[in-house]
Design a binder for this molecule. Structure first.
Ligand SMILES: [Zn+2]
Length: 424
């Protein structure tokens, strides 16, 4: 369906006709068309997705931005089913199919955490080859809470640092950073191991190359799921702290525009690609709405280099400790940022008397197979791994080779990774 819509418009374009970009027009065009066993609502959801993408492109073009209409044929496009076109019975889900074709029942891997009546729509999609169901449900939203104002500083070391009055919260992002670093080490090892198989320009990739690419995409998707899960966890910690402290408004330092600054290769990578602040703010907004807490975004410029006591401009601290050379105020750098942000939103704070520490996400498993990739950089190797300077190959006995599934695909320091990969 997706490919047909692209083909339809490219045909019209070639013959001087106006391309169809509007949902209603496209629906008229595809009326009566049958594609496999897809039901009409499923077909229309593809049309809707295509029309939305076209509208977004048109909007960007009007603003003078660079944008292109959809042109890539995709193998799998998400299908959305609205109420009445699906049936939910606990963990069993029936999706509508074309008339005269057998019903399609799916068994979900885990129950949906909302009542069957609360679910408004389901979207079936493929996440790097895994079938996933996205669920939209109607959830009750609490009445807007009257309460104090808290300032929230977003960051990488601490996804959330918040203060309100003399109370403070620090949510540690250590586990998220560990996941980022393990994933980076893993990506590099994959690239090293498969670089030789990469097709040259205009050359078709080999089967093994395509398999390697697929595994890389799967690892990428898994990593993203983990980071998002931990960001949700961090937002949940912040909201439950805010509820316990009677917070009615969260003033959040707006990080938009931070990716545009050039801060050097390493910092750019951290800020622009791996922080995923849009998701972090989105998760916070959603959970705040359910809890009846208002979220206000303010400009965060200069909030980490201003003294919250005497409002003097202070050079940005290098470490986590903020010290004011004018009035002598000392405090945690991220909490100083949160205090200044709270002040911008009209909140009052004092030097925190109580700092609550929380951690986002569960630390990576001891046996995470990516850990040995980091061992070269560690002062103390992970358990069961050789110490620095001692290679895995050197410790091998001849019998090891016979029973091992290592085909020499992963050479050098990562030559055990292939064994671990088989388990996936
Ligand atoms: Zn000061």
């Amino acid at each position: 369906m997706w490919a047909a819509l692209i083909e339809l418009n490219s045909y019209r374009f070639r013959h001087g006709a106006r391309p169809l970009l509007n949902y209603q027009e496209l629906c008229r065009e595809v009326a009566g068309v049958r594609v496999g066993e897809l039901s009409v609502p499923a077909l229309r959801s593809v049309v809707r997705r295509y029309a939305d993408a076209c509208m977004e492109t048109a909007r960007r073009k009007r603003r003078g931005e660079r944008a292109r209409y959809p042109r890539r044929r995709r193998q799998l496009v998400p299908l959305r089913y609205y109420a009445g076109t699906f049936e939910l019975r606990g963990r069993r889900l029936r999706l509508s199919t074309a008339r005269g074709t057998p019903a399609l029942w799916l068994l979900l891997a885990r129950p949906i955490p909302y009542g069957d009546e609360a679910v408004r729509s389901v979207t079936l999609l493929s996440d790097a080859g895994r079938l996933v169901l996205d669920v939209s449900a109607e959830v009750p939203v609490a009445e807007s809470q009257e309460g104090v104002t808290a300032g929230v500083d977003l960051g990488i070391i601490h996804p959330f640092a918040a203060t309100s009055g003399s109370q403070a919260l620090l949510v540690s992002g250590r586990v998220i950073r560990a996941e980022e670093r393990l994933h980076l080490a893993d990506t590099k090892a994959r690239a090293r191991a498969t670089a030789k198989r990469a097709p040259r320009p205009a050359q078709r990739g080999s089967r093994r190359w395509r398999q390697a690419r697929r595994r890389q995409r799967q690892a990428e998707a898994r990593h993203l799921r983990r980071v998002r899960q931990m960001q949700h966890h961090a937002a949940k910690e912040l909201i439950s702290w805010a509820q316990a402290k009677g917070v009615g408004t969260l003033v959040v330092g707006d990080p938009r525009g931070i990716a545009a600054r050039d801060a050097g290769r390493r910092q750019n990578r951290r800020v622009a690609t791996t922080w995923r602040r849009t998701h972090l703010v989105g998760a916070l907004r959603d959970k705040a709405e359910v809890a009846g807490i208002e979220v206000v975004l303010v400009d965060e410029r200069g909030t980490s280099s201003t003294c919250p006591e005497c409002t003097a401009r202070v050079p940005k601290p290098k470490g986590r400790r903020f010290t004011c050379p004018f009035c002598g105020y000392e405090g945690h750098r991220d909490l100083v940022g949160a205090r200044n942000i709270a002040a911008r939103g009209g909140g009052t704070t004092t030097a925190p008397a109580v700092v609550t520490h929380r951690r986002a996400g569960a630390p990576p498993a001891r046996r995470d197979r990516r850990r040995h990739l980091m061992d070269r950089h560690r002062s103390c190797p992970a358990p069961g791994r050789p110490a620095r300077g001692e290679s895995l190959a050197g410790r091998r006995t001849p019998t090891d080779g016979a029973g091992s599934t290592d085909h020499g695909r992963w050479r050098g320091s990562g030559n055990k990774a292939n064994v671990a990969l088989k388990g996936h």
